[in-house]
Design a protein around this ligand. Structure first.
Ligand code: PLP
Length: 389
């Protein structure tokens, strides 16, 4: 069995989640908009998931809008608010380290006449709340800042930023897709108006996410059609996926002691991995050393290509990720690392190892034993074995 250390990309479906989903794929297959018994049964599954998630983030059930995932939630938040509030102003503030779902949605808005301020971050990937305050103008309608970064794990001072935005007329959107897999959410403590969530990052299925939309928030729906999700997101709900998302969310968040114990366990796994890699030549840790997600180990290694390292480790049965996005065969340095001031040639050598609930200490030991040798080989310029086309 391969050692899977890429939970920030997606975290395997939990067995309890699969079990909860199965009846909705086989028996309760009605359309939740149908009035008959089959429809009502499906509706019940969706409603239960909505209630679970709402209760665990300090929201009301009607403030939870189910989407197809984090990307759609981010797009709905940015475009939905920007267009709905465009009569008041057309200025949006975000940061340079956001997920592309936010940055590319903001770019589209820019092409449609909105002004977008992209705030810089410091070397650890953290945005300065004072910079948010400085960026706000009369025309600002939305501030979007992620809670935890998906590449380097840095946590942002969300409550502080929320306080600043609250004192202004703008709305506050938080992408909590990575945060929600490890840390509790209280939408009031953050003073957030919109919060994006995704099921598959926390042991749920792919294809289900949610956007918390605070009561009274004006939002222009991005999909036109039926009146599902209180007319905020048209389209027949993916009932099994939503049910699974609700159960997965409950498994992570329902018991604070269990979540904290798991947090401590993953912190320890990450610490052990870091210790084992400290002597790797040319390695620099990335992200904030303290304010970070527990299971994220991220670094750049001078003189190697992250993609080569991922491929070499894959051959050894260890699955990790690089911070670089592969676009049509060519590897571009990560926008997150560049924003943190890392030189493009160094950013090419990025690696991201992310643990999750299924990660064992034995797996960490095995990965730690393999990694330094592979890095040494790659730095020595020994090419990866040729694969004939
Ligand atoms: N936001 C962040 C911070 C993420 O890490 C991701 C996933 O990579 C997304 C948004 C998009 O979520 P999804 O894969 O559910 O569309």
């Amino acid at each position: 069995m391969a050692i899977y250390l890429d939970h920030a990309a997606t975290s395997p479906l939990r067995p309890e989640v699969l079990e909860a989903m199965l009846p909705y794929l086989t028996e309760h297959t009605g359309n939740p908009s149908s009035l008959h018994a089959a429809g009502r049964r499906a509706r019940q599954g969706v409603d239960e998931a909505r209630e679970t998630i709402a209760a665990l983030i300090g929201a009301r059930p009607r403030e939870v809008v189910f989407t197809s995932g984090g990307t759609e939630a981010d797009n709905l938040a940015l475009k939905g608010v920007a267009w709905a509030a465009s009569g008041r102003g057309k200025h949006i503030v975000t940061t340079a380290v956001e997920h592309k779902a936010v940055l590319n949605a903001a770019s589209v808005l820019e092409r449609h006449g909105f002004e977008v301020t992209v705030l810089p971050v410091d070397a650890s990937g953290r945005v300065d709340p004072a910079a948010v305050a400085d960026a706000l103008t009369e025309r600002t309608t939305l501030v979007s800042v992620m809670a935890a970064n998906n590449e380097v794990g840095t946590l942002q001072p969300i409550a502080e930023i929320g306080e600043i935005v609250r004192g202004h007329r703008a709305l506050f959107h938080v992408d909590a897709v990575q945060w929600a897999a490890h840390l509790p959410i209280d939408v009031d403590a953050w003073q957030a108006d919109l919060v994006s969530l995704s099921g598959h990052k926390l042991g749920g299925p792919k294809g289900a996410g949610a956007l918390f939309v605070r009561r009274g928030t004006q939002l222009l729906p991005q999909l036109q059609g039926g009146s599902q999700e209180r007319q905020r997101r048209a389209g027949t709900e993916d009932v099994p996926a939503i049910v699974g998302f609700g159960v997965a969310f409950g498994l992570v968040h329902a018991s604070a002691p269990e979540r904290e114990a798991e947090h401590a366990r993953q912190l320890d796994l990450a610490r052990r991995l870091r210790e084992a890699l400290t002597d790797v030549p040319g390695l620099t840790w990335t992200g904030d050393p303290r304010a970070r997600l527990p299971g994220t180990v991220s670094a750049v290694i001078d003189g190697i290509e992250g993609g080569d390292l991922v491929a070499a480790l894959d051959l050894e049965g260890v699955e990790i990720s690089t911070g670089s996005a592969c676009t049509s065969g060519s590897t571009e340095p990560s926008h997150v690392l560049l924003a943190m001031g890392i030189e493009p040639h160094v950013a090419h050598g990025s690696l991201r190892i992310t643990t999750g609930p299924t990660t064992t200490s034995d797996e960490i030991d095995r990965a730690a034993a393999i990694l330094p040798g592979i890095v040494a080989r790659l730095r020595g310029g020994v090419p990866a074995p040729l694969v004939s086309a």
